[in-house]
Ligand binder design. Structure first.
Ligand SMILES: [Mg+2]
Length: 295
């Protein structure tokens, strides 16, 4: 068993049932508990991949625990296979209604249960992969355009200070033209890492496309963000990328804008930041410009 061994949580009030499951699922990392409270203790700090859930249990039964799991954002996507002695149609259909993904009757056929466990784990990992492909930039690992705008729209809807930064890598086309796209990709990754490492945890950072990035920082004043961005600009300028043909370095230009009472929506805020970026480019690059809006 290693770090990538799937973790299965088995919940059943009868210890002898748990023993059967644990020995059957010996290739997995099985955590077994006898009630809902025990299940939550595990779920609070373990990234569980699949739950095998009994229905008839004292206190909180399997249906109620399943409902709780569906209501919690942290556990909603974990597939649940009900395992129960009850085989009437009403119970089985209710199990699916409350959010179960599968239903196996006791006594179960071991190979069938193993096959269902494998299938639901495969589906779960595929869904996670699709989610990553849909929302994260595959080159840099940061939020892609779609995810950035999802998060940005939510941030804009919340009250309080909000600073926006648009930035791009100076003369990036020349990097690709002179050194090839592999080096260009290396530069993009390195610059994204350098920026991401220096941003406060509440910042939203995304790659909008090509060499263009955007950052939103909530609950911060413009001077703080201006100083932080200048530190980041310097850190990028200090990067050295060793190539066979000699060391390569690069710089970024950044435009900063604050949300004001008159900023209508997130697009308007990013547009203001983009205007500042345009000024930074026009005045020599490798700089951070804060756009003061007279409104
Ligand atoms: Mg039971």
């Amino acid at each position: 068993m290693n770090a990538s061994t799937p973790i299965i949580l088995a919940v059943d009030d009868k210890v002898e049932n748990l023993d059967i499951l644990t020995s059957l699922l010996e290739d997995y990392d099985v955590r077994d508990v006898t009630d809902a409270a025990g299940a939550w203790q595990i779920l609070d700090h373990t990234p569980v991949d699949l739950i095998l859930l009994d229905i008839m249990m004292p206190d909180i039964d399997g249906f109620e625990l399943c409902r709780q799991l569906q209501d919690d954002e942290r556990t909603r996507t974990i597939p649940i296979i009900f395992i129960s002695a009850m085989s009437d149609e009403a119970t089985i259909s209710r199990a699916f209604e409350v959010g179960g993904k599968d239903y196996v009757t006791k006594p179960f056929r071991p190979l069938e249960l193993l096959a269902r466990v494998r299938t639901h784990l495969e589906l779960k990992f595929l869904m996670a992969r699709l989610h990553n492909l849909a929302y994260f930039d595959s080159l840099t690992g940061i939020a892609n355009r779609r995810r950035f705008f999802d998060l940005a729209t939510a941030l804009f809807a919340a009250p309080g200070d909000l600073q926006a930064v648009m930035l791009d890598i100076d003369h990036f086309k020349q990097v690709n033209d002179r050194h090839g796209h592999a080096v260009g990709d290396q530069v993009l990754r390195l610059v994204a890492d350098t920026i991401g490492d220096r941003l406060p945890p509440e910042a939203v950072f995304g790659r909008l496309g090509g060499e263009e990035f955007a950052i939103l920082v909530p609950s911060a004043d413009p001077d703080t963000v201006l100083a932080a961005m200048d530190g980041i600009r310097q850190a990028v300028a200090d990067l050295i990328i060793p190539l066979e043909e000699g060391n390569l370095s690069c710089t970024i230009s950044c435009g900063l804008a604050s949300r004001t009472a008159n900023t209508g929506n997130i697009d308007a805020l990013l547009h203001d930041a983009d205007q500042a970026l345009y000024q930074a480019k026009g005045s020599g690059r490798n700089r951070v410009i804060f756009r003061h809006i007279q409104k």
